[in-house]
Design a protein around this ligand. Structure first.
Ligand code: CP
Length: 306
């Protein structure tokens, strides 16, 4: 069993059988993470470069840990302190790294499409670790894995993504992945944060949380991206919290158990109340743990495709 594609650039157009294979393979790797010795040999002799042109905590550490757990040799690259600051192009940087016989490249970049471009100019497998406001496929895969682990299935569940859908690569990858796997997806947020014509992706749009909460099984709560000027899309953080913050009172009013996801980093008491983030229905830290298993699964499946 192997993936249909040499690269993981996004979930747009990815076949259901490929998503299923990644999720199922991750179950075995998740078990490895509970062992006293958390290391297995499948990527021994392979070299992986992690090229991060944008800040990251979870994704960068998670990929690096996944690579080391699979016994790969790991190269770390961050744009600050590299020759990018001397004007070197992305193509030249990548080809120089590849000349060192790198087998796979994991890339995060602020420009949408940068990993797709890279995949055209290098022979290595390319994995998108988040490209601008476009896609973040491994985040959506770990979100789906965590939902399936908690609720036993994806098919037929109703997942609502709350917040700044317009700027969110997490939202887009989740919409593609969840709809492919047979879940119903809604989005909720102020009109300034919902892209026009998003219904064409097969989602329902809500502007009032209290209308959607009684209908859903899962909430995926997005971070307000203050570094991307999202603060200009509503009057104040206090107002955003009043209308769209996920609070215990609001969840109690909905009258059903709702599983809470958040990709991190969290703005506590802005998009999510601190007690909800730390509460019994939050799976935020399980997402982080499962992310290592999902990335092990993706790296392994791409490596056996070569
Ligand atoms: N969820 C996520 O992508 O977090 P980082 O930006 O810390 O990698």
């Amino acid at each position: 069993m192997s993936l249909n594609s040499k690269h993981l650039l996004g979930l747009d157009g990815m076949k259901r059988e490929d998503i299923q294979l990644i999720l199922d393979t991750a179950v075995s790797f998740r078990e490895v993470l509970d062992r006293p010795i958390k290391k297995v040999p499948p990527l021994q002799g392979k070299t992986i470069a992690n090229m991060f042109f944008e800040n990251s905590t979870r994704t960068r550490l998670s990929f690096e840990l996944a690579e080391r757990r699979l016994s790969a040799d790991v190269l770390g690259f961050q744009s600050s302190g590299s020759s990018v600051s001397k004007g070197e192009t992305l193509k030249d940087t990548a080809r120089n790294i590849e000349a060192m016989k790198v087998d796979m490249v994991v890339m995060r970049h602020p420009a949408a499409g940068a990993p797709h471009y890279l995949a055209q100019v290098v022979d290595a497998n390319v994995i998108n670790a988040g490209d601008g406001g476009h896609e973040h496929p491994t985040q959506a895969l770990l979100d789906m894995y965590t939902i399936r682990e908690r609720l036993g299935r994806l098919e037929g569940l109703h997942v609502c993504i709350v917040g700044d859908i317009s700027h969110s690569r997490v939202a887009l990858s989740n919409i593609y992945g969840l709809t492919t796997m047979g879940a119903k997806v809604s989005v909720c947020g102020p009109a300034t944060m919902i892209p026009r014509e998003i219904e064409k992706l097969g989602v329902d749009v809500y502007h009032h949380l209290d209308d959607i909460l009684p209908l859903v099984d899962v909430l995926n709560v997005l971070r307000i991206q203050l570094e991307r000027d999202a603060g200009r899309l509503f009057p104040s953080l206090r107002e955003y919290h009043n209308y769209y913050g996920i609070t215990r009172q609001r969840l109690d009013r909905a009258g059903r158990v709702i599983t809470i996801l958040h990709p991190g980093p969290i703005n506590r008491d802005v998009e999510i109340a601190a007690d909800v983030a730390d509460g019994e229905h939050s799976v935020i830290l399980q997402q982080v743990l499962n992310g290592v298993a999902i990335r092990m699964s993706v790296l392994y499946l791409l490596s056996i495709r070569n």
